[in-house]
Each structure stands twice: as C-alpha cells, then as structure tokens.
Design a protein around this ligand. Structure first.
Ligand SMILES: [Zn+2]
Length: 471
C-alpha cells in the first residue's frame, strides 16, 4: 500500500512544474514502449483471489529478453506451494565489482477490484480526461513499469553503470495473510537482492487541488503493524439470571479504555524532518503547530492542532484501534467468551513487547487476557537519511520542479521496506509520482493517476537510479 492522503487542500502553491529534461527515449516512441509495458502490467490481473503474479513476471521477463538481457540475468522465481505468487529478478551488471548494487523494488500484486463496483473495467488501462484509470495504475504498477522500462532504456543506450542495477518485482504485498515476495527473497535469496540501497513505493509527490506541485515526499521510516487480542472468558449461564461477571461487559470496558488512551508523541529523524519541512509549506495555524511540536514534543496546544488531521495524528505516535469484535454463543445465554482485535501501528524503535505491556495496563483488568496472535515480520527499522541518499533526490527535484521542497516522511502504513530494512538493505520510498490530494483512490474504487505524473515519474526515476548507480 502507500499513503492514503488526507492532507488539507489549504497548501500555498510554491511552484509550477518544469519541463522534463529531454532525450530520445523521452520522445513518442519511448513513451509508447513504456505505455505498452504499463498496459500489460495493469491488464494482467494480479489479485490474490484470481490473479497471477507469476504470469506478470514472465511477461516482464519476456520484454527484457527481447531487449537483449541474457537468460542468466533474468530469473522468474516461484515460492514453493505458491504457483501464482511468483516474481522476477533482473540484473544489469556494473563495472565496479566492489561497489554494492542499487535495487529497484516493486510489488506487482494489487488489491481486489470488482468490475460491477467500478465505473470502468479495473483490468483495462483506460486513459480519460488526463488520467490513467485501472487497478494498480497508482499502487504500484506505474513504478513497476518504470523499473522495467529503465532496464530496457539502459540496455538500449549500452549504459554501463558503476554499480550493478538490480530489479525485483514481487507478489503478496497487499494482503496480510499472503506470502510476501520481498520477505521471501530476504530469507531465501538474500545475496541476489543485496544492495547499497533499495528504492520502492511509500509516499508520493503532493499536488494541490489544481494539480500544482507542492512537495516531493520521501519515505524515511514506517511503522510496524501488529495485532493484539483482548479476550475474556466466563462460565456463562442462563441469560434469565444475570450475574455481575460478564465476559462482554468486561471486554467492552477494556476496549473503551483503549479508545480513550493516546500514546505519547515521539519524534525521530523522519517525522521531525517531515514537520520541519511541511511547516513552511502548510503555513497558518497548522504550520506553526508543526514547528512548535518539533521544538517541544510535549506542546499540548500544538499537538491538539495537529491531531485534527488523521495523517499527522498517526505520524506523531504509536496508535492502537479496535478493528474486530466477537462474543457470545447464543442470544439467550450469558457469554462464555468475548474477544476483540486491536490493531496497533507501532512507532519505529518501539518493541511489540512494550506495546503489549502498555495494553495490559490500559485494559486494567486481570480478567482481560492480552496476547499477540501472530507476528508477520520483524519490527520496522528506519533507514538513515544520509546526504548520499538525499542529495541525488534534491538535485533532480530542483531541476525538474524548481522550488518544490523534498520532504522526508514517516509512513503510518507499511510497505515492503519492513522486510528489507531488517535484512540490512536500507530501503526508501521515493516515486517522483505526484498525486492528487485524494491519493488517487488507491485500494478503493476507480483508482487513477494523472498521465502527466506518470511520465514525469518515469523521467525522474530513470535519472535518479543512474545518479545512485554512479555514486
Ligand atoms: Zn503498494
């Protein structure tokens, strides 16, 4: 997934888009070839229910082979027992064997989409009114298509990078219960994806309601998603004879206490940089509150202002929220069991056990048993935002979108960075794709992205990977 935007439309416009630097692959032929790749990816259904990531991976491998990549540098991998959840690894060899590689990472699976709910067929790439429509047009087949297109362009120019450039297309990012391809690679093919740094989705550039460029975000850290279960049990009995001990009442009181609890504000490099950068762009009361909270994370007045925005509220702290509830076994019986799922989004650096201990305190009732039902992956670890990482992004942003600031962000959701960062591959979400304030309806109905944004992102990422590859 990537950030679902809820940024207010009250941004001050700082700049208009500048024209992209031109070269021949930027022309009509190059664009058409890119568009064909994008179309093929969008039109290959890769939902978990009926889709086929392996087929999409094979199709991309075929394009790279046609472009001249030898079989030895293309590897469609299929995790055992998951025939339709495969992916693709591809390599463009660098000249310096001692320099670590750059990894272009994209998930190619998409969220489910029902034709009857959509205005247009979700699995046909439709260009209309300046937008590309279709499931995955934004999350994240545009970037996946750009990665494939990059490799084809580099090969076509006989480009010999200093660092090896790798690409991994993976499945299983969008569904919690699915096998995650990036996680599978980190466990089973760690050497094949080893890299100085990896680039993937996470946060985008921000457009205002008029389509003007506001800020280019880079994902520097993300939270860990973790479920906890609250459970109460009771001998039960006949509902005609209630007793003071009741599993449902005990549970809902504990859940209610969670609803009233707010985790303390925390600042790290990522959200500090985000609020510092955005305070100047947003301006007004919210902008002042951002600057205040960076100066003093205990500033209650500033926190109250920022908490009105659900995105900023989530970026400031760990959050926990009740997401599922089930209780009782008959309408005429006292409940023997009640349980609630509490989904927490844990701030970077805080452990699951810390949150478990805190939830036990918040529940404040020994009758409520708090447990961790399953652990999906290691806890998220932020990647350092070094000048080596930031400077190429700032340089390109300055050339392509003069005056538009680069703003690091902490992502309340999660991406495949959660699997690569703990494996020692620093992973950054950077797309160069600028999206509308509504976020392009990712995961929802009628997903879309501006046509101009896709082509701009293509130029940006083509140049950015080269800058990293020459470092
Ligand atoms: Zn995604």
């Amino acid at each position: 997934m990537r950030r679902i935007k809820v940024l207010a439309a009250a941004f001050v416009v700082t700049s208009l888009a500048a024209a992209a630097a031109g070269n021949c692959a930027e022309g009509a032929d190059g664009r058409q070839r890119f568009r064909d790749i994008y179309k093929e990816l969008v039109e290959t259904n890769t939902t978990l229910s009926v889709g086929d990531c392996t087929l999409a991976a094979q199709r991309m491998a075929a394009r790279l082979k046609t472009a001249g990549y030898p079989d030895a540098d293309l590897h469609v991998f299929v995790p055992e027992g998951h025939p339709k959840e495969g992916g693709l690894l591809a390599v463009l060899h660098g000249s310096d064997a001692k320099a670590k590689a750059i990894l272009m990472l994209a998930h190619i699976d998409v969220v489910e989409a029902k034709r009857e709910d959509w205005t247009r067929d979700p699995f046909t790439l439709i260009e209309e009114d300046g937008y590309f429509y279709g499931r995955g047009t934004s999350d994240m087949k545009a970037q996946a298509a750009i990665w494939v297109d990059n490799l084809i362009r580099y090969r076509g120019e006989h480009y010999k990078p200093k660092r090896t450039i790798k690409m991994a297309l993976t499945c299983g990012e969008e569904t919690n219960s699915a096998l995650n391809g990036a996680g599978w690679l980190a466990t089973n093919a760690r050497d094949a994806i080893d890299a100085q740094l990896a680039l993937t989705e996470g946060v985008d550039g921000d457009l205002d309601a008029q389509g003007r460029h506001i800020a280019l975000e880079i994902l520097a850290a993300e939270k860990t998603s973790q479920n906890f279960v609250f459970e109460t049990t009771n001998p039960g009995g006949h509902s005609s004879r209630p007793v003071p001990d009741n599993a449902i009442y005990q549970l809902v009181r504990a859940v209610d206490r969670v609803s009233h609890y707010e985790f303390p504000v925390q600042l790290d490099d990522a959200n500090r940089a985000y609020f510092t950068g955005m305070s100047k762009i947003v301006g007004g009361e919210a902008g002042a509150a951002m600057a205040d909270v960076v100066r003093n994370p205990q500033d209650a007045r500033a926190i109250a202002v920022l908490d009105k925005n659900q995105n900023w509220h989530a970026m400031l702290r760990t959050t926990c929220v009740a997401t599922m509830l089930s209780a009782g076994h008959a309408t005429n019986a006292l409940p023997q069991r009640a349980h609630a799922n509490i989904n927490c989004r844990i701030f970077p650096g805080v452990t699951r056990d810390d949150i478990l201990a805190q939830l036990v305190k918040i529940a404040d009732d020994p009758a409520v048993v708090v447990t961790i039902p399953e652990v999906r992956g290691p806890a998220a670890k932020p990647s350092p935002l070094t000048p080596q990482v930031l400077q190429p992004i700032e340089k390109l942003a300055h050339e392509m979108w003069p005056g538009v600031p680069v703003v690091p962000a902490l992502e309340p959701g999660a991406s495949d960075a959660q699997f690569l960062n703990p494996a020692g591959i620093p992973t950054y979400g950077i797309t160069g794709l600028f999206t509308d304030p509504d976020g392009g309806h990712i995961h929802g109905l009628n997903e879309r992205i501006r046509v101009g944004s896709v082509y701009e992102g293509r130029t940006f990422l083509y140049r950015l990977v080269k800058l990293y590859a020459e470092q």
